[in-house]
Design a protein around this ligand. Sequence first.
Ligand SMILES: Nc1ncnc2c1ncn2[C@@H]1O[C@H](COP(=O)(O)OP(=O)(O)OP(=O)(O)O)[C@@H](O)[C@H]1O
Length: 264
Amino acid sequence: MTTATAVASVKDVSKTFGARKALNGVSVEVKAGEMVALIGPSGSGKSTLLRSITGLQSIDPGEGTVSVFGEVVQKNGRVTGRARAARQKLGMIFQQFNLVGRLSLFANVMLGALGRIPGWKGVMGLWPAADKDKAMAALHRVGVSDYAAQRANTLSGGQQQRGAIARAIVQGAQAILADEPVASLDPVSARKVMELLVELNKRDGLGVIVTLHQVDYAIRYCERVVALQAGKVVYDGPSTGLDTKRLIEIYGPEFEDAFWEAKA
Ligand SMILES: Nc1ncnc2c1ncn2[C@@H]1O[C@H](COP(=O)(O)OP(=O)(O)OP(=O)(O)O)[C@@H](O)[C@H]1O
């Protein structure tokens, strides 16, 4: 049953690329305040599922629907007019950070507020003082306020990713959707980013959906895990329920590679 407070409600969603079904009848609901890891072997459909929720990827025509915070954002294979407003409630974090490299970290974080600032003011740098304060507070919170004036492309990956999280905070996101947020980071930076996501979930009540290559992180940081295999949900339950047998079933020959940090 769909609840109005669900961050995302995905019902019977398929997505076909040519002859390949990236998603094959997927149904998942993530409630507000949950922190859910999406795991599965390479090509199992994790990113496609996340992109379908954000409306960046249209789903196959048919019965499948995607709702975000109670608004239907995909129906009959089409992204609806509600998707844009719903997306505003989602802070998106990507593997490659998606900051504007030539802009300062501060300006990048201010871009999170752009949805609320008339364009010309944003372009001229005439940010309202309250938003500037908010941006600095967000940078401070994620631990990179010392780098506010530095160009984003001169920052380390971990600093950039924390900046991207600050941008989501300034945006006023009610949930974070993170696609492989730690895949390009060293283990220490990766842990800091995962701890930040946990903190936003536990302290601020933000829903978090995070795709992860490394099962270690899913088990350590997320209470619920949804595992995909060839576009189908093959596990949806507590991370504590993922024993070796299950993981071998999910990953097959890639099983050992899924424990990236343990081997490092
Ligand atoms: N735009 C596209 N065009 C064609 N095929 C695509 C496209 N996007 C995804 N696919 C295919 O859909 C399947 C699922 O891809 P997806 O990126 O969702 O998997 P994933 O689980 O996120 O993989 P990875 O862990 O390697 O990032 C793959 O077979 C992929 O090649």
